[in-house]
Design a protein around this ligand. Sequence first.
Ligand SMILES: [Zn+2]
Length: 109
Amino acid sequence: MAVNCKNFANLIPDFLSDRLDDAELSDFLAHLDSCPDCREELSTQYLLYEGMARLETGGPFDLEKELEEVIRTARKRLARRQRVFSIAAALEIVTLALAIVTAYVILAM
Ligand SMILES: [Zn+2]
């Protein structure tokens, strides 16, 4: 499912609680980068989502800055998962190559 202005807002709660899968998260962040309106919407929802909880505990908070951090963390998480995925894919290719070589050696004997 592609992320667009229509469904972006619906994905925000899942984004904030880290329930998006990698593909969704990737689309979500890409749309966030390209769309100031949705970026604004995320800010608003984040203020409501975190602000409510924070009002009870009191104390100073800078939610704009925290949201930056949340987005940065999500990007890192995504990058890390994708890196792990490509390592796994590379290992699979190596394993496959070894299997082919082994089969070839056995056949040649
Ligand atoms: Zn948008």
